[in-house]
Design a binder for this molecule. Sequence first.
Ligand code: FPP
Length: 242
Amino acid sequence: MAKKINIEELNIPEHVAIIMDGNGRWAKKRLLPRTAGHAQGARVAEQICDDAWDLGIKYLTIYAFSTENWKRSEEEVGMLMNLLRKYMISSLEKCAKNNVRVRVIGDKTKLAADLQESIANLEEKTKENTGLNFTIAINYGGRDEIVRAVKKLAAKVKDGELEIDNIDEDAFNSFLDTNELPYPDLMIRTSGELRSSNFLPWQIAYSEFYFTDVLWPDFDKKELEKAVEYYNKRDRRFGGTK
Ligand code: FPP
């Protein structure tokens, strides 16, 4: 018989980051177009917000569209953008009801104007919410984020607003898109791939990694609990000793 997890006794990670991989394979297995996998993946992402909050997770960050994903077919990119477009509008009511604060990270300037507007609107309307901090990475690449941060930092130095001697890790972090978020405690990647794929490279320096073969559209609360249970078995030393 499978061991029952007593979630109440577990140490819950404050911030969980997820690479939602395997939508295409999930669809292929069912002889469906890849876009059907993304549609199911989006439903799962919304459900996982509720599940994460139920478990006591305060910050959830998902990788929805990378700076490299533009290389996919026009149809797939268009469909993903439409899913995100739909989410920014349809989730307004649910976020208000569930007290969810939404943030979007990534280079938003390259997104369609209407999507940028609905993102800004959702961020603004949810900014006082004190429940789950839900962050969606769109047109996000970790290296790109670092380069954009360096440019902002260099401009401050050039304008005499920042001394080179005052640049430390905290100062640098304040220029990243994630500056309002704690670093992730746990990073989950579904579908059996063992890579971090340019997702939050600065921020996950000390995160625990949990990899599962489950495809993202099949991921559910039980799988999230397994990841949290795994996290509890890790001994986080942050470079020190115990
Ligand atoms: C990776 O699977 C998944 C993506 C590139 C897209 C993830 C986006 C979503 C689930 C939509 C999120 C939307 C909302 C509303 C929050 P893949 O296509 O690379 O899968 P494969 O490796 O099996 O081909």
